[in-house]
Design a protein around this ligand. Sequence first.
Ligand SMILES: Nc1ncnc2c1ncn2[C@@H]1O[C@H](COP(=O)(O)OP(=O)(O)OP(=O)(O)O)[C@@H](O)[C@H]1O
Length: 341
Amino acid sequence: MPHRSGAPSSRAPYAQVGLGPGLCRLDSTGRRALPAGRPGTFVIVATRGLCKRYGRQTALEEVDLAIPAGGVYGLVGRNGAGKTTLLAILAGLRHPTSGAVELAVPRGQVGVCLDVPEFEPWLTAREVIDLAAAMTSAALPGSAGADLLGDAGLADAADRRVGGFSRGMRQRLALAATVVGSPKVLLLDEPCSALDPAGRADVLDLMVRLAENATVVFSTHVLADVERVCDTVGILHAGSLIYQGGLERLLSEHHHPAWRIRVRGAPEPVAERLRAEPWTASAECLPEGHIRLEAVSSSAAEAGLADALARAGARLVAVEPEAPDLEEVFLDLTAPVRIPT
Ligand SMILES: Nc1ncnc2c1ncn2[C@@H]1O[C@H](COP(=O)(O)OP(=O)(O)OP(=O)(O)O)[C@@H](O)[C@H]1O
């Protein structure tokens, strides 16, 4: 069964372990309020100096996480980087060896789904949702339960017993059960791992919709998924958080602006002229009249490229900017693998 990470508290406005100055405070209605000191920064989940060791194995090392409220936060890392451990600690399911977790919402407002859960096989999907509502004291008025199953792509399977569900169907059901009661924070460990491409696209779209009213944190190996839905990315490498911030910043800091240019006739003379431009880093000829142009500055290249091509007498067929490649950036940042001691 997916988890709600604690009973809702009617007393404490925040489940907090020493909220830091950058932390956003949500009032009991879940409305955001400006934190003192750093207007505009709304951090809903944070960790300070988080370490986790399993015996002699270090899983997390001094992780300072800051998850902005709202939007989708993607936690990426190679196998064994520490993603599951981090999510489990955020959810209160594992204890850190040292360091602190800070939540700006009550623990009962944190929905957790780790891995592909098992359900009692004789329950129907609808009963699983009802059970999740009963366990979290959430009201499911009218068609709310059916709507959740519909959003997860299980409308037709609502009255089927889950013992006959595929792994992908169980993953969808887990997600539906996790969002019962509209938690303000959703922690999802590889929520698409068992899904086919269409199912993956559905669930990613659902996560984006959920992020309109909640903060969605999910771990994945699939960088295309990160590019598709994430506002913020955290890269874990051998237990350390080596990057945290916007996807655009990550790509712009680590990706050189580049274009694919296709000309009619021989590309070499055109490439030669392009190499003479002060904003050109490299101009490499590729098969079939293509040139790969890499620039030192995208704005200078954008301003000068048309002129440079005209001066080169290029018979232009196409010019296309190269999309920043997150995979390349990720592999670059996470190599070589550091073995934790
Ligand atoms: N219960 C455990 N006992 C001992 N070591 C563990 C345990 N859980 C995780 N580890 C170790 O901690 C490190 C981090 O594991 P974790 O499962 O958090 O990584 P991950 O990034 O989620 O990996 P994956 O992408 O393969 O699921 C790994 O070296 C792993 O072997």
